[in-house]
Design a protein around this ligand. Structure first.
Ligand SMILES: [Zn+2]
Length: 552
């Protein structure tokens, strides 16, 4: 009798142990994801009352209050000590550029027209920037990439001069898939990289020659930022060097400059794609002025967490930017509010749904799950950059980042797109979850555009944290892939960064978004229940960074 009791109680203890042993359960929490839930968050964040969610404005205050309230309602703990906020010190720099720029070539003079021919601004906080007969140097792509044996600055004296470079990288449009990454844009192809490199070289200025295809967007996107306020991190006291002026020239204007310099456009541009190309001074002198207003202020990331039960000091970070462009230039219909419904009220809504999913788990996760709504993405990924440079949770202890910037508004898709395919093991997790859901993953349809470098996960990647970023699939369940691709092209043409990016319940269909969010939920959930550390794959430009500090 005694023995039976003992055995029985052992069985009981054993049973309750296995019950307590929290493992990944694919179905746990999935029921909490609903179209209505997602829609409610999305509708609110994208409403006119939120004033386009611009940092430093009333729109920010309303957004922060709303997010903090939702975090609390969903049972998230404060993610930054006792606070849900992380302060991000920033500076808003408003450049007013002269209406034109004077170009001198020998005795000849002509001028380029601001906005139409070029768009320039400064990252400096000086009140006035004067460009007076500054030398212009053509420096190919403006890239220094030791791993590709490429250095466009080698032997060029660019200190205190203006550098003119091409957009994208030499792999783009080449028939050689091993040159950089072929048509897939590398970080070297991004304008942000080119600005940073020119500053490292001590250049006074940098102009990038625009190209619709190579840039991935039209010149109008660049023109949108003409004489507009821009945000940067406040780096006072840090002694960082910034170029006096940076910006873009249109391709027709660049051709004019080439002609004035006596350079043949086609042959120079094609020579610049070849290894060993040497840039040269163009013997042109540029003059123009910029006046500058700098306003120091603070914006905020919103951070909440669910503390893990077994490895609470290991972190999975979901991120999504809450900001958009606020109130600006009216569109054809007279609308001035940039609601950013898809970009990124939708991703922030998904972040809240994910928090709801994790809160609803029967088994609490082993690792800690962080929900990070970041600021100032649209102005240069600043909220995530600040977090990455000033992490609340150490990068050595951060397992992965999963970022959401835009969700699928088009209804159910068979596929989900992995942006930056081949980067990390996280895509294998996604593959598996997609398969389990009867779906599949596909590579991004437009790898040329460099989307892997264009949202907040990139700031995590730059400090070595494996980061997953997905996009809406194109294989529409009812209407097929052609239709799906058409929808996305339409979005870029009609809605992207325009006041018309609004939530319209008669057009949007969030069923596919719920499916995608569930996949991202299950990827994060698996990570939160296991002890594995996903890695960057061989060939990723971020692998070495991670390995450097994770070597034990
Ligand atoms: Zn976005």
């Amino acid at each position: 009798m005694k023995y039976t009791l003992l055995i029985l109680s052992l069985v009981f203890i054993g049973f309750s142990c296995t019950k307590k042993e929290a493992t990944f359960q694919r179905e746990d929490g999935l029921n909490s994801f609903t179209v209505a839930g997602l829609e409610q968050y999305l509708k609110t964040l994208a409403s006119d009352e939120f004033l386009g969610r611009m940092p430093f404005t009333e729109g920010e205050r309303i957004t922060l209050n709303y997010l903090e309230e939702q975090y609390k309602t969903l049972g998230l703990e404060p993610g930054n000590g006792s606070s849900y906020l992380q302060e991000v010190p920033m500076v808003e720099i408003t450049t007013t550029a002269d209406a034109s720029m004077e170009v001198k070539s020998g005795k000849n003079k002509f001028s380029l027209e601001g906005f139409k021919d070029y768009v320039i601004w400064t990252e400096r906080t000086d009140e006035k920037i004067e460009l007076k007969d500054e030398d212009l140097i053509f420096a190919g792509f403006g890239i220094v990439a030791p791993e590709y044996g490429w250095n466009d600055y080698e032997g060029l004296e660019v200190k205190d001069k203006i550098v003119l470079v091409m957009v994208n990288d030499p792999g783009f449009g080449s028939t050689d898939a091993t040159r950089f990454k072929g048509n897939t844009m590398t970080y070297y192809g991004r304008w942000t990289y080119k600005f940073e490199e020119a500053a490292r070289q001590g250049a006074k200025g940098l102009l990038i020659i625009h190209d619709d295809v190579a840039a991935g967007y039209g010149f109008w996107v660049v023109q949108n930022s003409w004489n507009k306020a821009k945000l940067y991190l406040d780096t006072r006291g840090k002694n960082n060097y910034y170029c006096a002026t940076v910006g873009w020239v249109s391709q027709p204007a660049a051709k004019k400059l080439f002609e004035a310099a006596g350079l043949d456009w086609a042959s120079t541009v094609s020579a610049a794609r070849q290894p060993g190309f040497k840039g040269a001074p163009m013997n042109l002198k540029l003059s123009t002025n910029l006046s500058v207003k700098a306003k120091f202020d603070k914006s905020y990331n919103v951070v909440g967490k669910i503390t893990g039960t077994k490895q609470p000091d290991e972190y999975i970070i979901y991120s999504s930017h809450w900001d958009h462009f606020g109130i600006g230039k009216a569109d054809e219909k007279g609308d001035t509010i940039y609601n950013g419904a898809l970009d990124n009220a939708s991703g922030t809504a998904a972040l809240l749904e994910l928090a709801k999913g994790f809160s609803s788990l029967k088994n609490k996760p082993n690792r800690t799950v962080i929900f990070l709504a970041v600021t100032a993405e649209e102005q240069g990924l600043w909220g995530s950059e600040y977090y990455a440079q000033n992490p609340i949770y150490p990068k050595e202890k951060t397992v992965a980042n999963i970022n959401i910037d835009g969700i699928n508004p088009y209804g159910k898709m068979k596929d989900i797109v992995v942006v930056g395919i081949g980067q990390s093991d996280l895509e294998d997790y996604l593959n598996e979850e997609a398969k389990a859901a009867g779906r599949y993953t596909s590579p991004e349809p437009n790898p040329v555009a460099g989307y892997y470098f264009r949202s907040d996960h990139f700031c995590f990647a730059k400090v070595g944290i494996p980061a997953l970023y997905t996009n809406t699939g194109i294989d529409h369940v009812e209407k097929g892939a052609e239709y799906g691709k058409q929808l996305q092209d339409d979005y870029v043409a009609k809605y992207y960064h325009k006041p018309s990016d609004e939530y319209d319940p008669t057009v949007w269909n969030l069923e596919g978004a719920v499916d995608d969010t569930k996949l991202l939920f299950n990827v994060g959930k698996r990570l939160a229940f296991e002890t594995n550390w996903p890695q960057w794959k061989e060939g990723s430009e971020f692998k070495a960074i991670r390995d450097r500090y994770m070597k034990r």
